[in-house]
Design a protein around this ligand. Structure first.
Ligand SMILES: [Zn+2]
Ligand SMILES: [Zn+2]
Ligand SMILES: [Zn+2]
Length: 252
């Protein structure tokens, strides 16, 4: 694997943080000193790529606050919410994709733009968050001065939820479906068909099952019943947010 998932938007500070800690740690958010609070897509960030027209490397995980910050300036490393000092890089060297006039990367069902560098705190933040209740722009909260972040430089366009997967459990008279890698709080449509001794069910009979993945993009415990003697069971889960499919089969 040359990429890492579980990078998320924080609804409190608007920066991107890593939500994949095995112990469930969420870093430190400047908004309230607690952990970051994930919402929206699950971004999949590439790593170990050289600089190019559309790629900027030297983005790193800060082990103190869990934000993604730019580590490409050896004189300065921004401001960390943990202690007000510089960020502290650990782990991979990430590469963010950005659009350019001569080599545009458009937004799509699996890519979101308007991720920007803040020159005050050095984090990357989403510059398109919904307006605040008073109608003013929402630029998050910056560790440098507790005001909004400032957008400078490239418009990063980042991939999300690119690898949905399902698992099937054969429960004899029914099948249990679970999944991961879907758009968090999105909508997944699960269709299935199988062969019976008397014929073939199709995807419209019965209609597809709809489920909402949790805030980590997972769902579990979805079941459908089987007729006697069912074989060649095929299941397809379609993420309606990205239009990507995850397939599985049993008794084939
Ligand atoms: Zn935060
Ligand atoms: Zn930090
Ligand atoms: Zn900032």
């Amino acid at each position: 694997m040359s990429n890492q998932s579980d990078w998320r938007f924080c609804v409190k500070c608007s920066s991107m943080f890593w939500n994949g800690d095995p112990q469930g740690l969420k870093g430190v958010c400047i908004k309230d000193g607690g952990g970051h609070d994930a919402a929206g897509f699950n971004f999949v960030i590439e790593r170990d790529l050289p600089e190019s027209e559309n790629i900027q490397p030297n983005w790193r995980f800060c082990v103190k606050c869990f934000l993604m910050f730019w580590d490409g300036d050896q004189r300065e490393k921004g401001v960390c919410a943990k202690d007000g000092r510089e960020h502290d890089a650990e782990g991979y060297n990430f590469a963010l994709s950005h659009t350019t006039p001569t080599s545009p990367i458009p937004d799509s069902s699996t890519r979101q733009g308007q991720w920007r560098f803040c020159p005050k705190c050095f984090s990357t933040f989403w510059n398109a968050a919904p307006l605040r209740p008073d109608g003013s722009p929402n630029k998050g909260v910056c560790a440098k001065d507790r005001q909004g972040h400032d957008p400078v430089g490239f418009n990063f366009v980042l991939s999300h939820d690119t690898n949905p997967l399902i698992q099937l459990i054969d429960e004899s008279t029914r099948v249990q479906v679970s999944g991961q890698g879907f758009v968090p709080k999105g909508r997944v449509r699960i269709g299935y068909r199988y062969t019976t001794p008397s014929g073939f069910t199709d995807a419209t009979d019965p209609p597809p099952i709809e489920v909402e993945p949790d805030n980590d993009g997972r769902f579990s415990g979805v079941r459908f019943n089987l007729q006697n003697g069912a074989t060649n069971i095929r299941v397809r889960a379609t993420d309606t947010g990205t239009s990507l499919n995850a397939d599985g089969n049993l008794r084939s």
